[in-house]
Design a protein around this ligand. Structure first.
Ligand code: UDP
Length: 311
């Protein structure tokens, strides 16, 4: 296959490039580099099956030659990033998705949308099944991301239904691993950076909110399987093992041997920060034969080794 990966220089996009190249496919990575970084794909320079194009997909996308699949992963994805880039976040979810869908239609290619557990908002159903319609504040600070992705899902299903486009939607739950930006503001790089510097880990609020963390390799495998399937409804890909943020901080301190403990920073908590989040992965198990393989502590150890080199 010849595939286009938008956001290809980002955390997940760059790992996807590696996976597709490893499977013998040819990859074009496209990124405007507002949150992605060419460091993530530097090891691919000179690979004859790889091409990087610096481009903002909110503008018309031109690709010469055939394409078999378009994977739309371009978007700021951390709360700090989308608060800093609210309008680009809305534009890449809306205009960027429109351009990427139009490209896939023109090329007769499959289309896969990177959606998110954020479309469930601060969920009133727990764990979250794909059938749950969500609880999102349209005008809250997180609305710029949540609504962009909700619109992107709606547009993707419209292209499927109206044009018969061969589409997929993956709802990605909290994912971590090497190539996350140390300063992206998310809890995993924040805590690991703080622990490696011997600082207390910052709990936003009381630390009782929960998240369920998956290692990037599990996510990449789920995305690959979904693309190879013929399933058009959204599929949750995430690790159902749920922790409070306080428990998670204790695990990071234990693995890194950080004696500095935790500090409570209530004012840092963003309005609308979901109180709970845990994927129901029944659908992924049934349709893709997928389930996560990496234990949190094992994935964290690999991630910590990566961050040791960049701290
Ligand atoms: N969080 C925290 N301390 C930090 C960074 C984040 O307690 O230094 C909390 C944040 O308030 C949220 C959770 O950790 O409840 C996960 O935040 P993240 O930014 O990783 O992503 P989210 O799941 O909210 O999109």
């Amino acid at each position: 296959m010849r595939v286009l990966i938008t956001g290809g220089a980002g955390f997940l996009g760059s790992h996807l490039c590696d996976r597709f190249l490893g499977e013998g496919h040819s990859v074009i990575a496209m990124d405007n580099l507002i949150t992605g970084n060419t460091r993530n794909i530097a090891h691919l320079a000179g690979n004859p099956n790889f091409l990087f194009i610096k481009h903002d997909v909110t503008n018309y996308i031109y690709i010469s030659g055939a394409l078999d699949a378009v994977l739309h992963f371009a978007s700021p994805a951390s709360p700090i990033d989308y608060l800093k880039f609210p309008i680009p976040t809305l534009k890449v979810g809306a205009l960027g998705t429109h351009n990427a869908l139009g490209l896939a239609l023109g090329k007769g290619a499959k289309f896969l949308l990177a959606s998110t557990s954020e479309i469930y908002g601060d969920p009133l159903e727990h764990p979250q099944k794909e059938t749950y319609v969500g609880n999102v504040d349209t005008i809250g600070p997180r609305g710029v991301y949540d609504e962009a992705k909700r619109f992107a899902e709606a547009l993707t299903m419209a292209y499927h239904r109206a044009h018969g486009l061969d589409t997929r939607i993956v709802r990605i739950f909290n994912t971590y691993g090497p190539r996350m930006r140390l300063d992206d503001g998310r809890v995993v790089p924040n805590f690991i950076g703080q622990a490696l510097r011997g600082e207390p880990l910052t709990l936003y609020g009381d630390g009782k909110q929960t998240r369920s963390f998956q290692f990037y390799e599990d996510l990449i495998d789920g995305v690959y399987r979904l693309l190879m399937s013929d399933y058009h409804e959204p599929v949750n890909i995430g690790n159902p093992v749920e922790h409070t943020i306080r428990e998670f901080a204790n695990i990071v301190n234990e693995i890194t041997g950080n004696p500095a403990g935790t500090v409570v920073v209530p004012e840092a908590r963003i309005q609308g920060d979901p109180q709970t989040r845990q994927p129901d992965i029944t659908r992924a198990r049934a349709i893709l034969g997928w389930e996560p393989r990496f234990e949190l502590r094992d994935g964290l150890r690999q991630t910590i080794e990566y961050f040791k080199e960049v701290v």
